[in-house]
Design a binder for this molecule. Structure first.
Ligand SMILES: *[C@@H]1O[C@H](CO)[C@@H](O)[C@H](O)[C@H]1NC(C)=O
Ligand SMILES: *[C@@H]1O[C@H](CO)[C@@H](O)[C@H](O)[C@H]1NC(C)=O
Length: 150
């Protein structure tokens, strides 16, 4: 009787841990961009999470940068393949000029391309860039697919 109870308890525990791991994998987390020339990290929260191909998603981008966001500051949301092939035209939105060291925040609504694969053997990315004109100053990226490292 006692042993059965312990067994049931362990089983429940195992199920809840498995669920927690699966849940973590299903949600999107934006991390530092994996480029040779690391840019300042910008925080990105996407809603719905995970985004749905063919539907709109809202990206809330914020952070504190070490340099000024100028008059021509923009946020770009890039849906791309592992080989940096763009999926559709990247939506952009302007960001209010913000001095270095001051918190900035902006939201951008984007339509997730229909051919963007969330659970494919190929790896897909969403990158968020903050640029002054064409000069990138901040970045974050989220990886989708079975071969993502995180
Ligand atoms: C989806 O986003 C696009 C781009 O921002 C916008 O033009 C369109 O109105 C949005 N559609 C819906 C249903 O919200
Ligand atoms: C993954 O994406 C590629 C390219 O879009 C496609 O050819 C392939 O069929 C997809 N695989 C799965 C399992 O969806």
């Amino acid at each position: 009787m006692n042993q059965k109870f312990i067994f049931a308890f362990i089983l429940l525990f195992a199920i809840s841990v498995t669920n927690a791991i699966t849940l973590k994998k299903r949600t999107t987390e934006f991390l530092k961009c994996n480029s040779l020339d690391p840019l300042s990290f910008i925080s990105v929260i996407v809603s719905p999470n995970p985004p749905v191909p063919g539907q709109n998603a809202t990206f809330s981008v914020s952070g504190v940068l070490g340099q000024d966001i100028k008059e021509n500051g923009v946020i770009i949301i890039a849906f791309r393949t592992d080989d940096c092939v763009p999926l559709g035209v990247y939506p952009t939105t302007s960001v209010p000029p913000t001095k270095a060291g001051i918190y900035f925040g902006a939201t951008i609504e984007a339509t997730v391309p229909r051919n963007f694969k969330l659970h494919n053997s190929t790896v897909y990315y969403i990158n968020a860039y903050l640029e002054n004109g064409n000069v990138p100053i901040g970045c974050a990226e989220a990886c989708f697919g079975q071969r993502c490292k995180n």
